[in-house]
Design a protein around this ligand. Structure first.
Ligand SMILES: [Cu+2]
Length: 155
């Protein structure tokens, strides 16, 4: 009986710390990766998702990495005298109790130097590296959405 009680206590403790850690995480909604295929012998893709911050502090993403791609860049599409251009961002701030949306035609992640070819349904893994040195992992599936291709400039 004493042993059973001890095990129950440990279990409750684990659950509690798990919840605490997760309460600080960003919500990552509907992440997906669009494969753009091969360019100059390199696999390039784009990733989209919505980051939701439930905490009272702003969450600053300083870097995003993926084991499947050598480089992950944060890009923003900006219109300059009617011409859409890409600008490279060095951080992404998710406001306290707010969210930001990465979607075709706006903010997006550009994945370059893929280590292999990907096809629909494959899983790409990501790690978010925050300014406070914490990190968080999530994954996204490769999806083919050809009708949206016109929203994206080749770059
Ligand atoms: Cu871009």
């Amino acid at each position: 009986m004493a042993k059973f009680f001890a095990i129950t206590l440990i279990f409750v403790n684990l659950c509690f710390s798990y919840t605490l850690v997760h309460a600080q995480n960003l919500g990552v909604k509907g992440p997906w990766v669009r494969e753009i295929n091969v360019k100059n012998y390199q696999y390039t893709a784009y990733a989209y998702m919505r980051f939701k911050n439930r905490s009272k502090q702003v969450k600053t993403i300083k870097k995003i990495t993926s084991p499947e791609f050598k480089r992950v860049e944060i890009h923003k599409t900006v219109a300059e005298s009617g011409i859409a251009r890409m600008s490279l961002l060095y951080e992404l701030k998710v406001p306290a109790r707010g969210e930001i949306n990465l979607a075709p035609g706006g903010l997006h992640l550009r994945l370059t130097q893929g280590k292999r070819e990907f096809s629909e349904g494959d899983i790409i893994h990501f790690t978010l590296h925050f300014a406070d040195k914490s990190s968080q992992k999530f994954s996204a599936r490769v999806q083919v959405k050809s009708h949206e291709a016109s929203h994206i400039l080749p770059h």
